[in-house]
Design a protein around this ligand. Sequence first.
Ligand code: TYD
Ligand code: MG
Length: 452
Amino acid sequence: MAKEKSVFFCQECGYESAKWLGKCPGCGQWNTFVEETISKQKNEAVRLLPSSEPIGIREIVYDDLLRIDTGIQELNRVLGGGMVSGALMLLAGDPGIGKSTLTMQVAGRIKLDTPILYVSGEESRQQLKMRAQRLGVENERLFILTENNLSTIEKQVKKFQPKFVILDSIQTVYLPEISSAPGSVSQLRECTGRVLQWAKGLDISIILVGHVTKDGSVAGPRVLEHMVDAVLFFEGERHNHFRILRTLKNRFGSTNEIGVFEMQERGLREVHNPSEIFLSERPQGAVGSVVVPCMEGSRPVLVELQALVASSPYGQPRRMTNGVDFNRTAMLLAVLEKKMRLPLGNQDIYLNVVGGLKVDEPAIDLGVIVALVSSMQNRPILDDVIVLGEVGLTGEVRTISFLEKRLIEAEKMGFHLAIVPKGNLKREQQYPLEVRGVGSVAEALKAILGGA
Ligand code: TYD
Ligand code: MG
């Protein structure tokens, strides 16, 4: 007989404790511990990797990983060039963001000639059929299983031998031998462990769908993130139809690629040229708006930065940023106050990156400064100018990376002039558009606003 033991788990981070605790020492959250019983049954030894003998690195033969085309280019890129066979991936996101839609579209388009199994623990066959119809999914190799018991699912997987499985969602399945409720830490851990065995043992690519908690982490424990090969986050704002797919972890590729989608009537449309959408509603000749080419992974994306500086009616001026780092902005404001002698202390300041994108690279510093000054002094910035540069504490403009790539993208989108760090410019180099090098914030403002 298997022995049963009772332990307490933090439902936020998976911290394990023998007794109940009010505050979790792992993540600092209050009142998150729940008692769960785990059976002390010895885990059957799972052998994921074949050899246990050391081998010289030069003797290992490397053949390229087998990549499967998912039929969705944006997803292929985020995964590092397609889905690796036998990979276990976690697709996480807020409820209603479009996880089931994305996975159903993948199931419909993936280039595989073996059966595909879509397991849903959340929706009925009718609901799934309705979505499939709406998305135009008619893949004859796609099979649907509505089931919550993971042991039953396992039997079907072994019988059916699919090469691609979607499990929607990991929080709704359970193993009967564990007495805790579906979605609890021990269920999540054991279920993911089991699914990992299918992936590695039977060479099946698996996408697990996972919900996230209020604070944006994958619901349940972090352990889930450690077990899978890749963690993809699907995000966006509810009232805006753009969706961004990011990688938080990827054992088979880079983690800073993004995929951009637009949610439409008939599912998700891939957006191959994100600059276009992020600039689509840009006002002409507006005050406080500037375009900056940002790097999202290996891809340059033009984004519009907007600043609003207005005198503050109350003693305590407001500072709000959306999409850019708050502290970095505070630093840039201090540079403007001290170096450019701009009285910002009694002004409300709002900064926004249009389209809900988050930019965290210093190359946007100069753009932030230019937008702020433009708004404060009510002087519009020319429509066809982009601004690039990191700003230091003495007001100097420092060099940035990937200048060429950013300029090419800007030129493609119809921009004619780029204000860039002086240090980036090389003599005798041809640039795709007119470039003006600046060494300081003062020079930049002069170049773009005609003297500050
Ligand atoms: P869904 O994929 O069910 O979200 P999740 O699985 O992440 O909870 O999709 C949720 C929203 O997407 C839903 O509000 C309806 C919308 N939607 C469309 O706008 N167009 C479509 O073609 C589909 C299938 C859904
Ligand atoms: Mg869903």
